[in-house]
Design a protein around this ligand. Structure first.
Ligand code: HEC
Length: 362
């Protein structure tokens, strides 16, 4: 290895160790003494001046390469349409542009996450977090990701880290409490959920969690008190109706119980603003080009797996709403269950059906 290469790789090494900082905090160490006999070739000050930017570039390329090799391989897309694949290509190319930035790499993670490519999303978030360890978003998104794939310890430490950065987030306390509930750690759950409700008494996930704990201890009136105000803000929250039905059933209010039971059939999901932003990424790709004539048969087969089609039939909403809803169902059941092309057909059908005779494909 020549001296130049050795020095360049040294500097690049420093750049790599420094990772994210390589392009602005590049360490500039002094060149060897040009008078020394032991350092051929002689370092003329001018040569040094010319070479320094090269070392800088080498250091940056080294730092970037180290980041880029950590990014996920571009996956094979079996169930995605051209619009989705273009979205991934764009996010992937942008994440690999030098200099590496946490924003572009995190955005790649969000794109993978929105389509449930969990491993790819995790790798991207981790690379983004290396570049920007204190950036809330990548911690938050990775916490949700780990929770969704049941890596509870990982999700717990990420939510805790998010709370260090934003201790007053009722939403994150609620998520952490909900995580403990799923993990069957009831005391920890009660503590986190109480923190959430102290910050925001109608935080829906926190109220649902505390109500569930109340039901488990047969505190029926406690559950009713927690859930009633939440339903004012989120009238379609199906779990709240289910829990209320149970609570009213146990205090002998059969009519109320039956009413909430039927309302609790299935309803809307709770989505935090940051998660909504992430889910939005996947919506445009199924807004256009679907063939509505395929949809009725497809829905007959696909959409009756988890619930009846009553709510689908009675709901009249625009194309974007349907695309968001069908995406949610896909995240629930997977793309192997419903591909992008099929999703676009369903969306096209559901959004245009009001202009056609009801339930007849156009
Ligand atoms: C894997 C199970 C599953 C499948 C399959 C499924 N859904 Fe759902 N669906 C749910 C759940 C759970 C809810 C309630 C929570 C929510 O809205 O996310 C729901 C709620 C809904 C709602 C009410 C949403 C609201 O906000 O009012 C509509 C409409 C709906 N689904 C349509 C569909 C359509 C159309 C399909 C077929 C393309 C489908 N579902 C397939 C699980 C499923």
């Amino acid at each position: 290895m020549s001296l130049d290469e050795a020095r360049a790789s040294d500097v690049a090494g420093a750049g790599t160790r420094l990772g994210r900082r390589c392009y602005d905090d590049l360490p500039v160490d002094t060149p060897p003494d040009p008078m020394s006999h032991h350092s051929p070739p002689a370092w003329h000050p001018l040569v040094v001046l010319v070479l320094l930017p090269v070392f800088g570039a080498a250091a940056c390329a080294g730092g970037n390469d180290a980041v880029f090799t950590r990014l996920p391989q571009f996956p094979t897309f079996a169930h995605q349409n051209a619009a989705s694949i273009a979205l991934f290509q764009e996010a992937n190319a942008s994440a690999r542009e030098a200099p590496a930035t946490a924003d572009r790499i995190g955005r790649l993670g969000m794109t993978y996450h929105a389509y449930r490519f969990s491993d790819e999303a995790r790798r991207s978030y981790e690379a983004a977090r290396d570049l920007a360890p204190d950036e809330y978003r990548w911690i938050y998104y990775q916490a949700f990701l780990e929770k969704s794939i049941f890596d509870f310890p990982a999700a717990q430490s990420l939510f805790r880290r998010a709370l260090e950065l934003d201790p007053d987030s009722a939403e994150v306390w609620a998520e952490l409490g909900d995580l403990y509930l799923k993990w069957n750690r009831r005391d920890d759950a009660a503590e986190s959920l109480a923190r959430a409700l102290a910050l925001d008494p109608t935080q829906p996930l926190a109220a649902l969690g505390q109500a569930r704990l109340a039901l488990l201890t047969e505190d029926w009136s406690g559950a009713v008190a927690l859930l009633t105000p939440v339903l004012d803000a989120h009238p379609r929250l199906s779990l709240a109706h289910k829990y209320l039905a149970q609570a009213y059933g146990n205090v002998g209010r059969g009519d109320d119980s039956a009413r909430h039971q039927s309302l609790g059939d299935y309803g809307s999901a709770i989505e935090t603003p940051l998660m909504r932003e992430l889910h939005e990424l996947s919506i445009d790709a199924i807004l256009e080009g679907g063939d509505p004539s395929e949809a009725p048969a497809l829905m007959q087969e696909k959409c009756t797996r988890c619930h009846t089609s009553a709510r689908i039939e009675e709901t009249q909403r625009d194309r974007r709403w349907w695309a968001g809803t069908v995406r949610r169902m896909q995240r629930e059941a997977g793309w192997a269950w419903l591909s992008d092309d099929q999703a676009a057909s369903v969306v096209a059908y559901l959004a245009t059906r009001e202009t056609a005779p009801a339930h007849t494909p156009r």
